[in-house]
Design a protein around this ligand. Sequence first.
Ligand code: ZN
Length: 480
Amino acid sequence: MKTLIQGGWVVGFAGKEHEVIKDGVVVYDGNRVEFVGKEYGQPVDKKIDAKGCLVSPGFIDTHFHSGINASDYILNDSTKTDFFASNYLAHGGPTREGAHSAHLKDVDIGQRFSLIHVLKSGVTTTFDIGGAGGEPERYVDMIDQVGIRCVAGPSYKNVAFFHDKEGRLEYDWNDERGSKGLQTAVEFAKKYNGACSGRMTAMLFPGHVDSCTPALMKETKIAAKDAGVGIQIHATINLFEFHTVMQRERCTPIELLKKIGFLAPDVSLSHCIFVSGHSWLAYPYGDDLKIIADSGSSVAYSPLKYLKLGILMESFDRYRLAGINMGIGTDTFPKDILSDMRYAAIASRVADKSFLAGHPRDVFNSITLGGAKMLGRDDLGRLQKGAKADITIVNLRDIAFGAVRDPVRSLMETAVSRDVRSVIVDGETLVDKGQYLRLNEEDLLEKVQAKGEEVWDSVSKWHWTGKAIDEVVPPSFQMR
Ligand SMILES: [Zn+2]
């Protein structure tokens, strides 16, 4: 079936980079783009009017964790009191006794919710780091039902993190835990790569540079090559990790990855904030950015997560100009790729002390072409003949946008997920008029609220303080 989208600003692909076509036309036939341009003379089966809208290639979120926002709520404030800038570690490790009641993950409500949430911000492809762990079959079924394109796999590491009763973080090392985890991940990749009518791409997700042994990371490289899949690993994501690796290995986490032959074009590094020269490190030696750029590895940067913690990447532009392929991820909550694109741009201006940094073109490239390059795909992140029919339509005709001259700049400066009108993945319309079509959002939200309360109620059972959520993370005002 041929569908024609007309009347908006179309972001087409002009061979090497995007171009904007005013009053443009996009035609897709089944799950492939058939035509992008000014006029289409042949008959079509269906027409979509996109007057006043930006018609864009679907966005690619390169770092996302499915699950409800309950744990992000805990992340917000408590992290600064434990382990300088340790982010997830402050709540990532339960007490040994409470481990069974921590982080209640569930496929049907929490994971489904966050995938729909990110889809509604215009994301058509998301890297769901570790989301497939636990119940792979149910997970794959759920992805199939949601309709999004997903880069998936279970994550694994040698370490289990625990806190003792006085709040000391313990790295519980276990070689077998790592190799078994890798084995499970490889089995997932072999079974499910290409599942969901081709919408699922398997990837290996070893946990972090400080939670995996060099041996496990080397085994990961061999296994990825054998299975024909890519790798993403969390790297230099907090100060604690940087100093732990520095003490253990006598080099930066990035230098360690280079030393063991880990870095390559099929590898992406999550976050990658604390590289040599970062102002918080007091470590002016070496050139981590050059190491990454020379290797061809990409960086999956999640600006909001770090801004919440008062931390800047130094900087998006510096990485890009060093020659690193940059993707953007949502990671925390809210999962709104349009806001994250804006945060990436503005954080770069602050870090660089320059209003010239963080150009709309460059952050838009990151949520389209950058993510596609990370996956080695030339049929995603662009609208041209033969590309996948993954299309996001954003309404720019609204008081919030005012007069529009450069729609990509307007998108970067103003748009949020609630401006997304339609999301089409693989030729299927999943979101129309701002509503997700495959289930009742109200029903889902009721379940999500109940699930969140369940997670918050469990905090005293696993948190090392033994305190309730309101003491660990006090609410903004007294609640009654
Ligand atoms: Zn992550």
